[in-house]
Design a protein around this ligand. Structure first.
Ligand code: MRU
Length: 372
């Protein structure tokens, strides 16, 4: 995606450089700053503090983290220990484990002297593949939107509500939920996006709004509680969200508050889609509510809020009485019955095990082996 006319990915490696480059997402939308990650520890910190965030980007960052680890010490012991430390940085997004499971065995199978180069190549592959996959999600999602737009047959904008940030910043490029939106806008469709602010960290207000504005896509930021009202009044034609972990049966785990939007969508007959790369599917689990680990984050994200003052200076203010207890579950699960369809890189399917296996038949055998 372009920032001030220059093309950026959210993470990249540079030829001859031994570090990893990322965009510091904690500073947006106020400041665009590129940061260099130079060690495994800095990479873990960047994931945990959400300098980088969004399931696909977390996976890509973990892969690049192993490239840094291999430079520090390419031994079996150190690479295994680094992979466990990276895995513990955030618990919910499947992509983190997925990327490490892909990288580690491959690195361990290489001679010690070749491991840095092998890690660099595989991390680069993971990043490049993510871009292609998300572009495909956009193409399939665009088809879906075009059909629905034509059903409406009106000159009014097609209104899409999204939660959190599942745009290019959450991936290596394109995004998942926003990929069809970018492509629809580029194809000349009359699209308007309702952007949930997404408390407590405001990824919608800070990141999604910033991305849409940069792409000249009409959008309106709303408080998280507004979605039900908008749907009741016919102002939402479809919801599209991302996912951090999707069960093989189609339950979707995404940013806290997503479930409430799905409930409101069901009650008001608004289609509710999840856009996901297959790296987000956890084929080992079926019941999202009981089986997905939900990250619990620090209470300070609830008690305080960060922005800029009238002089554009970063400021953090407290919202709650001192000493009030807080709870901060970062994700929730939307059961498959509330999901109208899943948009993947291989096409759109219903939220069910049969439909997902139909798109990803290579997992049928693995399923049978697990059951037998
Ligand atoms: O806590 P975050 O900002 O990492 O949460 C991100 C989300 O919930 C996204 O919707 C999800 O990762 C899908 S991103 C393509």
């Amino acid at each position: 995606m372009k920032v001030d006319g220059q093309h950026y990915r959210s993470i990249w490696l540079e030829d001859g450089e031994r570090s990893v480059f990322v965009i510091d997402q904690t500073l947006l939308p106020f400041e665009f700053r590129v940061r260099q990650l130079r060690s495994t520890t800095q990479t873990i910190d960047a994931i945990a503090t959400m300098v980088v965030r969004g399931a696909p980007l977390i996976g890509a960052t973990a892969a690049c983290g192993l490239f840094l680890a291999a430079q520090e010490d390419p031994s079996d012991e150190y690479l295994k220990e680094s992979a466990s430390r990276l895995l513990a940085a955030r618990p919910t997004a499947t992509n983190l484990g997925w990327a490490l499971e892909r990288m580690l065995p491959q690195l361990l199978s290489e001679p010690i002297t070749d491991r840095v180069e092998a890690a660099r190549l595989e991390a680069q592959n993971i990043c490049d593949e993510d871009v292609g996959i998300n572009s495909q999600i956009g193409t399939h999602g665009l088809r879906l939107l075009t059909e629905r737009c034509h059903l409406g047959q009106s000159n009014e904008p097609f209104n899409i509500l999204t939660h959190c940030n599942a745009g290019w910043l959450a991936t290596v490029d394109w995004g998942t939920a926003l990929s069809p939106i970018f492509k629809a806008h580029d194809a000349g469709m009359n699209i308007h996006v309702w952007v949930d602010e997404t408390r407590p960290r405001n990824q919608g207000a800070s990141l999604t709004a910033w991305e849409l504005k940069a792409h000249d896509i009409p959008h309106t930021v709303v408080v998280d509680n507004a979605g039900g009202h908008l749907m009741q009044h016919g102002q939402v034609d479809a919801c599209i969200v991302g996912s951090d972990r999707t069960t093989r049966s189609g339950d979707v785990c995404n940013k806290i508050g997503t479930y409430l939007k799905a409930l409101a969508a069901k009650a008001n007959d608004v289609p509710f889609f999840a856009a996901i790369p297959s790296s987000t599917i956890d084929w080992a689990i079926s019941d999202g509510i009981s089986e997905i680990p939900i990250e619990e984050r620090a209470g300070i994200e609830v008690t305080h809020i960060t922005g800029v003052d009238e002089k554009n200076q970063p400021t953090r203010v407290r919202l709650t009485p001192e000493g009030s207890q807080t709870a901060n579950p970062a994700f929730d699960v939307t059961p498959r019955g509330y999901v109208s369809g899943i948009i993947t890189e291989r096409g759109v399917c219903e939220a069910s095990e049969t439909a997902l296996l139909n798109l990803y038949p290579e997992h049928i055998q693995k399923q049978q082996k697990n059951q037998g």
